[in-house]
Write a protein that binds this ligand. Sequence first.
Ligand SMILES: [Zn+2]
Length: 74
Amino acid sequence: MSLAKTAGACPFCKEPIHPQAVKCKHCQSDLNAATKSKSSRFTQYLTFRNGFLTGVIFSIVMAILLYVQFSGSK
Ligand SMILES: [Zn+2]
């Protein structure tokens, strides 16, 4: 049950802090720098995946639209 609580705890001193705090009020550690490097790689992956998925879905939708247009115009 301790893992769920780590989101609101300082990674340096393990004291409970505000989830959106940029600086730990207990040990003065810069929390923004610690979380930014970790989340930026994840965000990069999500952006890449979303772009890839959007391209695939867009191609499929276009193919379906073209197919419907051609088969229904008779
Ligand atoms: Zn701290």
